[in-house]
Design a protein around this ligand. Sequence first.
Ligand SMILES: Nc1nc2c(ncn2[C@@H]2O[C@H](COP(=O)(O)OP(=O)(O)OP(=O)(O)O)[C@@H](O)[C@H]2O)c(=O)[nH]1
Ligand SMILES: [Mg+2]
Length: 193
Amino acid sequence: MDKDKIVIVGRSNVGKSSLIRALTGTRVKVGKRPGVTLASRFIPYKADYTLVDLPGFGFMKGVDKNYQEKVKDFIVEYLEKNEDIALGIEIVNIMAFEDIAARWEKRGSIPFEIELFNFLTEVGLQPVIAANKIDKIRSKDRKAVLDNLCRRLGLGEDWEEHRDTIMPTSAKKGTGIEDLKRLISKRIGLTQH
Ligand SMILES: Nc1nc2c(ncn2[C@@H]2O[C@H](COP(=O)(O)OP(=O)(O)OP(=O)(O)O)[C@@H](O)[C@H]2O)c(=O)[nH]1
Ligand SMILES: [Mg+2]
């Protein structure tokens, strides 16, 4: 099977659909409340690839709990099989991340974002992380916040050494989108254009 899918994963509401819109110009449904994307959507990317807008993990307002679990199982199984996936892009809400991570670690648990990154790595997807909503962080604080993400991922202290893994983006303002496109091309082995 051709490895022609680029999957977009992350918690609900982190900006998966917005980022796909920014990358492709295709209007996928974007919502103010979590759980807007319930079924996967497939959006053509470059000549030979397809972006897969997967539903978000986590709370979905007004959606049956059983159904939420089914959605989650489906995503995990699909990623585990990893038959047709060229690249995994994990979207993190960088604005919310530090607080959430600190809270989880205090409880002795591994933050979901880290677990997802490890899982994607384990199934061989070598994920790219889009640290989205970077517009919500003041410019002078951005490096510290990205360094923190890097450290929590176990990659080291300096995110600038991991620009091939962590890309700050704002799907809303368009920041980092061209860089992310270049990184995607590099990772899937496309020549630049
Ligand atoms: N400030 C800011 N807001 C953003 C950004 N990206 C997305 N948003 C907002 O975040 C909310 C959720 O965006 P979606 O693109 O629907 O998020 P999603 O991950 O697809 O959500 P689900 O499909 O529910 O899992 C919307 O109100 C977006 O306008 C960003 O880079 N900056
Ligand atoms: Mg969505």
